[in-house]
Design a binder for this molecule. Structure first.
Ligand SMILES: C[S@@+](CC[C@H](N)C(=O)[O-])C[C@H]1O[C@@H](n2cnc3c(N)ncnc32)[C@H](O)[C@@H]1O
Length: 255
């Protein structure tokens, strides 16, 4: 899909918090080789490089627009284009880190063990993925998709939630792990602005649906989505909007 770095970075502070919470649980002082998989604009890659200044730290993504922004803002870091689903490490890495990226890829049954095998013995796999797909922010996409002349084009794009229950990931990783730390956090994000939940999803989950439509259906579908989300997340007395958002974290050390 075509990413818009400016739209994605509108909520950079809220999006950064889980990246840091994930990083805090990786218990290694001086890894040699660190990869940020699905690095986007590279702002988290730069934080990984600050945490481990002696390491070789690089970012991988498959979006030209996101990587262009990463290279512009972090010219000292190496960024490469690759598909996370088929990427292999040579040599194996000491930390494979991925924040808010792997939910865009299917087939987690195969993907997670494959990625864990790219980590050297004693190294770390650290993954954070949204798991908010049952909330109105995300169910309103399907509701609005079905409710208009655009349905025949975008209903086929609806798929079951891409991120499984935490226990499923424990079973997938356990055979390769000597330690596993898996948890969920629901952040109560307090957002400013007009219909901010719609602005949030416009930077991520809504995007492929908008990209698949032309005018006037594009605007019609977006308006139908925005109306549902505005009703589901009304602003409080202070004019700000509370947006609960659940995320899944996995930190595993390779046996
Ligand atoms: C929500 S952004 C997160 C970016 C960054 N990790 C961060 O925390 O700011 C998701 C990123 O995953 C990337 N991505 C999605 N599917 C991918 C794939 N198959 N291979 C590589 N990158 C992918 C997108 O291009 C996008 O930059």
């Amino acid at each position: 899909m075509a990413w818009d770095p400016a739209q994605y970075l509108k909520f950079a502070d809220h999006r950064l918090r889980p990246a840091l919470d994930l990083l805090a649980r990786i218990d290694v002082a001086a890894p040699g080789r660190v990869i940020d998989l699905g690095c986007g604009t590279g702002n988290v890659t730069a934080i990984l490089a600050q945490r481990w200044p002696a390491a070789t730290v690089g970012g991988i993504d498959d979006s030209d627009t996101m990587l262009a922004r990463a290279r512009e803002e972090h010219p000292g870091l190496p960024f490469a284009t690759a598909n996370a689903a088929t990427w292999t490490a040579s040599p194996l890495v000491d930390v494979l880190y991925s924040n808010a990226a792997l939910h865009w890829l299917g087939n987690h049954d195969q993907l997670l063990p494959h990625l864990f095998r790219q980590v050297a013995p004693g190294g770390w796999l650290a993954v954070q993925m949204p798991r908010n797909f049952g909330a109105p922010s995300h169910t309103a996409v399907a509701d609005a998709a079905r409710d208009g002349p655009w349905a025949d084009r975008i209903v086929p794009m609806l798929a079951s939630p891409p991120v499984d229950e935490p226990g499923v990931y424990a079973s997938r990783l356990a055979p390769l792990a000597d330690s596993l730390d898996i948890w969920e956090t629901e952040y109560l994000q307090i957002l400013d602005g007009e219909n901010p939940v719609a602005e949030w999803t416009k930077g991520t989950w809504l995007r492929p649906f908008l990209d698949a439509l032309e005018e006037p259906d594009r605007s019609g579908f977006e308006a139908a989505y925005r109306a549902r989300v505005a009703a589901a997340y009304p602003p409080g007395a202070d004019g700000r909007t509370a947006f609960p958002f659940r995320r899944l974290f996995l930190v595993a050390r390779r046996a």
